[in-house]
Design a protein around this ligand. Sequence first.
Ligand code: UD1
Length: 326
Amino acid sequence: MTILVTGGAGYIGSHTAHLLAELGRDVVVLDTLERGYRDAVGDLDLVIGDIADDRVVAKTCRKYDVDSVIHFAAYKAVGESVSQPLKYYKNNVSGTIALVETLIANGVNRIVFSSSAAVYGTPDSSPVNEDAPLRPQSPYAQSKADVEHFLRSCDATGLRSVCLRYFNAAGAHDSGDLGEDFSLTTNLVPVVMRVLFGSQARLDIFGDDYPTPDGTCVRDYVHVADLADAHVKALDYLATGGTSLVCNVGTGQGTSVRQLVEVTESVTSRSVPHAIGPRRAGDPASVYADPTLIRAVLGWRATRDLREIITSAYRWHQRHPDGFKR
Ligand code: UD1
């Protein structure tokens, strides 16, 4: 019995695939390598192909005797989704429908889905729990909400799903050999790393006049190793008969941009040149999770703090200044 990890050559997918292998589980990665990296898969089994290609998915299910799936494969750039919505709906939504159709036809009825706190948009308040209204503010976020909805409907087919709404994933593998590609992303931790390693002159803090304790935006940064562990727990929950579930994956701790800069300077003993810039359009002031549900149902809680996030990200970038090679 094997776990199929779609998008397992990407950032969170590769950490999860390796954790599963470290735990002795059989894993096969399915990835187009369009945005993922072969080196992130290492010595795990890799099938290069698309989730929407029913022949590849069916063949993989049969060859590996797949019994459950963790589905990461998706585009995730918010700005790009606004300018290229078709690309996002086609890959993230239509691709998932095609994948699920093939899985069901091949007797696979357990799936863990990579969703996002972006489905909440700007929540009325934080901590935000799963009952908060969904107000996706981009085609990317809408595609995640659509797939959640689709998977819920699929309960009628016997498919059971766990949708994990990630807050801000960050950090890298303990080995220092697996981490986030920081060349393209505009997320805060990779940007701070770019500044430390000289490929960006300074960090622009997007506004310091928010109604937060220090005026900068507050987010919930979750270590990627903790996130990977949440997937293992979600799989085990489904394997032991758990019913479909949607839950937040966050620490419950809010951290401001300024606090993150301070922790980075303390951990690395280096200064992070920064300047206060204008607000970024669409940024909510404060978003952090209420993780009560995931603690109660999956027994998951974050075990690593912001210092470990920064330490691991720094180690990864020190060892791999150019990230993975194509
Ligand atoms: C973003 C995405 C969200 C996605 C999440 C995790 C948007 C609008 N949202 O969330 O859909 O799920 O990443 O990948 O893009 N910041 C700076 N300067 C920078 C970069 C960031 O001050 O150069 C601040 C931002 O204003 C924000 C915080 O850092 O307050 C975190 O930003 P970011 O890493 O982009 O994540 P989110 O905006 O929370």
